[in-house]
Design a protein around this ligand. Structure first.
Ligand code: KG4
Ligand code: ZN
Length: 355
């Protein structure tokens, strides 16, 4: 099945065309995913002066980019003339910025009419969940891989999702305030680093880890709470007070703060995830979302899981942050779960859509 996927939930406009094959429900088999065309326009530079994503600007840029990316994607796919270019359109419905989400939905619905193709709404977080398979032409999802635990860490979300069977999801923990990515972005701003803050903090933290000790100490919020929830807003406030106390931030101090902040976030994420993994006797651990591109987080998970039987799945680096290949995959699994394609009418953007 050829799927056209559209993603506009935040500040990346992305369109891709993929050929997806295989079954999901037992016995699962022959799952394959071939990228025919894939394009992404990042608006990060446009939003950088605002220190975060500016929704009306994001909307304007999506509207400008969508038709350009669509044409590029079809060109890349080099489809034979007279062939129907796609059998299905999968579009992100939420969660995300509603003005941004609407642009993708309206574009998808217009294409659906023009090409007489069905359109289905996709949950962006499920996209992140399945992004771990998006760079593999062939992959398997079998009963033996369950239970699966997923730590989804992005700019808007931090949640632990437990899955005991195909396409069955239960949230067992989430952040009570800021998302991990949001904390990276806010702390970056306090340190005078550009948006998005995650990669910048990570870069400084790594330099510090190689060359110097960090004398800074920051809290590990909710590290020992008996639930699987997180909290990152207190950590951000601790950095705020620290920077106010220090006054002039030298490059050396910035690196030390970046390192200790990254250590604190990673400590909490890894420790709580592993505790949940143990409690639910999982077999597979997925770590996905923008923050999953963090090198230190990957290293610590890899290290801690060395002597366990869990299989650890990360997305390819370029597929950890927002993209449309993950939307195509999540859309395909949704179709397989429902066993048929049911075109949606009047898709509504849902900024707070839950898994
Ligand atoms: O998944 P994503 O692209 O968008 C949302 O769905 O929110 O995640 C973006 C978030 C931003 O907060 C960004 O700072 C963070 O992911 N991020 C990182 C890294 N790369 C991106 N955080 C920590 N380390 C990184 N290397
Ligand atoms: Zn995302």
């Amino acid at each position: 099945m050829r799927i056209l996927a559209i993603e506009t939930s935040c500040d990346e406009t992305a369109i891709s065309l993929v050929e997806a094959k295989g079954r999901l429900n037992p016995p699962a088999g022959g799952l394959s995913f071939k990228v025919l065309g894939n394009n992404l326009a990042s608006q990060a530079k446009i939003h950088a002066p605002y220190g975060g994503v500016y929704p009306t600007l994001a909307k304007r840029e999506h509207i400008k980019n969508l038709p350009i990316l669509f044409d590029q994607t079809l060109k890349q796919a080099k489809l034979e003339k007279n062939n129907k270019p796609f059998d299905l359109i999968a579009v992100t419905q939420g969660p995300g910025l509603e003005p941004a989400l609407w642009t993708g939905i309206v574009f998808a619905e217009n294409l659906a009419k023009k090409f007489k193709a069905p359109v289905i709404p996709v949950n962006h977080m499920l996209g992140h969940y399945f992004s771990v398979f998006a760079d593999k032409e062939k992959f398997s999802i079998s009963k033996s891989q369950f239970p699966i635990l997923a730590l989804l860490v992005s700019g808007g979300h931090t949640e632990l999702i437990l899955s005991k069977d195909f396409m069955k999801f239960k949230k067992i923990g989430e952040t009570r305030d800021d998302a991990a990515g949001e904390a990276f972005d806010k702390v970056a701003r306090l340190l005078g680093l550009p948006y998005p803050g995650g990669p910048e903090i990570s870069r400084l933290a790594e330099v510090c880890r190689k060359n110097q000790e960090s004398k800074i100490k920051l809290p590990r919020p909710m590290l020992n709470s008996p639930d699987f929830d997180f909290s990152f807003s207190g950590l951000k406030t601790a950095v705020l007070y620290l920077t106010q106390k220090i006054g002039k931030l030298t490059p050396k101090i910035k690196k030390e703060i970046a390192r200790e902040f990254e250590d604190a976030v990673v400590d909490v994420l890894v420790s709580k995830t592993l505790r949940a993994a143990e409690k639910y006797k999982i077999k597979t651990l997925i770590v996905a979302g923008g923050v999953a591109s963090n090198k230190h987080l990957r290293n610590v998970f890899n290290h801690k899981l060395q002597n366990t039987t869990y299989k650890l799945l990360f997305p390819a680096r370029e597929l950890a942050t927002d993209n449309s290949l993950m939307i195509a995959l999540a859309g395909y699994f949704q179709v397989l779960k429902n066993k048929k394609i049911k075109s949606a009418k009047n898709i509504q953007a849902k900024g707070n859509l839950k898994i």
